[in-house]
Write a protein that binds this ligand. Structure first.
Ligand SMILES: Nc1ncnc2c1ncn2[C@@H]1O[C@H](COP(=O)(O)OP(=O)(O)O)[C@@H](O)[C@H]1O
Ligand SMILES: [Mg+2]
Length: 458
């Protein structure tokens, strides 16, 4: 990759000489002969460095136009390296240039070696600054992902949840968090751990949906070398890792019924054995579980042990779906906008009021996670400094398609019941509201048709 230098001088001869000099040293360049052109060039394309004269036509010795240009460049770009070219014996102006934000200066005519040195040093410095900056912003994101700040809970529904959390977080009580996908169950589990007396010990998460029955025991309790064919070395299980800390069991409804008894035992007295070992071990863990399933229903169906159910849900916290948290929507949207515009280095600072309105009216089947992804996509798609409604690509709700006059009906978006209702509406309209004709046309008996009208509120 070769660096691109923007050259600025009002003397065409100087420009062409410099251009050649830079080319020989392996730089690309573009040139401008007036301050205005310099600013325009910087706005229009990317340069790695500006090498500029201080004197331009109007006033050929004071350097005032050049000094003003340095300030103007800095206003556009706070970090691009600027090297000022000065006439002989104008050290005062050079100092002034540095004060305005130039990074270095060189006397004209430019000595080739000195020029190369200055450019290479500044460009190397710039690269390392950019790298550090990138790392810093990545780290900030990582920290954000795993930490608990940025937890949005302004809505009434979330406020009542947080009241419970406040009361139970510090204790050792086992908590079951329930809620639809993407409502923040995993995040809340971390937050509870962070607020507990165990916060300085580990938070260990294990996703029960991802653990097959065959490796269940080994994952949770560990194994000793040789305990089964693939056990090539000792393994520490999640209970041992979480000792003194918090164990977070995600998707707890997925624990195979055959393994539930083993889990129950360790939850009751903290005792377990590694697979292939007869030595009892003890783990002191606080358990937080999460599920999007109706566990009590699974208990009725005998797919989840009742005693285990009682054990894991000493307290049950239900996270409301995002559509019931209107006051949180805007805050979350702005937070995700900030996160993704940093991540993708886009300068998008706002969401149009129309776009915000459609976010408020959307039903969010995938909850907060869906919003995260949606805003990410919008940031990538946006060509503006503001997210527009059209960037959001919100799926239209079936209920919106049911509005009269909607001609392009996508029936595959409907449930059978919605389709039936829609069809009845259409046929009724066709027959100008004559129920008898509509019923005949649809093949319903009169009474069956009226039952449906009543059911659908038509
Ligand atoms: N109240 C909230 N405030 C801020 N971010 C949230 C909130 N709830 C969820 N998130 C974010 O939404 C995403 C999905 O949350 P997660 O905890 O994984 O949901 P679940 O475990 O319920 O599927 C995560 O990126 C999480 O940080
Ligand atoms: Mg989760």
């Amino acid at each position: 990759m070769s660096y691109k230098v923007l050259l600025a001088d009002d003397d065409r001869n100087v420009l062409s000489a410099l251009k050649l000099q830079l080319k020989i040293s392996g730089f690309q360049s573009a040139s401008a002969s007036r301050p205005k052109e310099v600013l325009l060039a910087l706005k229009e394309s990317d340069f790695d460095l500006v090498l500029m004269d201080l004197n331009y036509q109007q006033d050929t010795t004071s350097g005032s136009e050049g000094l003003q240009l340095i300030s103007d460049i800095r206003a556009l770009d706070s970090s691009i390296p600027i090297v000022a070219m000065t006439g002989w014996g104008t050290i005062d102006i050079a100092v002034d240039a540095m004060r305005r934000g130039a990074n270095d200066f060189i006397e004209k005519p430019c000595d080739n070696n000195r020029l190369n040195n200055i450019l290479n040093n500044l460009l190397a410095l710039r690269q390392s600054q950019l790298r550090t900056q990138r790392l810093e912003s990545e780290n900030a994101l990582l920290r954000d992902e795993s930490s608990t700040d940025g937890w949005v809970c302004k809505s009434k529904a979330m406020q009542s949840v947080m009241k419970i959390v406040e009361n139970v977080a510090e204790t050792d009580i086992n908590i079951l968090i329930r809620g639809e996908n993407g409502t923040g169950k995993s995040q809340l589990a971390k937050l509870i751990h962070a607020q507990s007396a165990r916060s300085k010990y580990s938070f260990i998460a294990v996703n029960m949906g991802a653990i097959s029955e065959a490796i269940f025991e080994s994952e949770l309790f560990g194994h000793v070398k040789g305990s089964f064919t693939d056990a090539k070395s000792n393994r520490i299980g999640r209970f041992e890792l979480a000792d003194s800390g918090t164990l977070f069991m995600d998707e707890i409804a997925n624990i195979p019924i055959s393994q539930q008894q083993k889990l129950l035992r360790v939850l009751e007295n903290g005792e377990f054995e590694k697979l292939g070992s007869s030595k009892s071990q003890h783990a002191n863990v606080r358990l937080i579980s999460a599920t999007n399933a109706e566990l009590d229903h699974l208990v009725e169906l005998k797919q989840f042990r009742q005693d285990l159910y009682f054990r894991v849900n000493s307290i049950e916290i239900i996270l409301p779906p995002l559509r019931d948290r209107q006051e949180d929507i805007e805050i979350l949207a702005r937070q995700f906008l900030e996160k993704h515009s940093i991540k993708y280095q886009r300068e998008i600072s706002d969401i149009s009021s129309e776009a915000m309105e459609s976010l408020r009216h959307y039903s969010w089947p995938g909850n907060v996670r869906e919003m995260d992804h949606l805003i990410e996509r919008a940031v990538l798609m946006s060509t503006d400094t503001q997210i527009q409604a059209s960037d959001l690509l919100l799926k239209q709700e079936p209920s919106e398609l049911l509005e009269p006059g909607g001609s392009n009906i996508d029936w595959t978006e409907f449930t059978l019941e919605q389709a039936e209702k829609k069809l009845i509406e259409l046929v009724l309209r066709k027959h100008n509201g004559n129920a008898k004709e509509a019923a005949t046309s649809l093949g319903y008996s009169r009474s069956a048709f009226y039952r449906r009208l009543e059911k659908f509120g038509l």
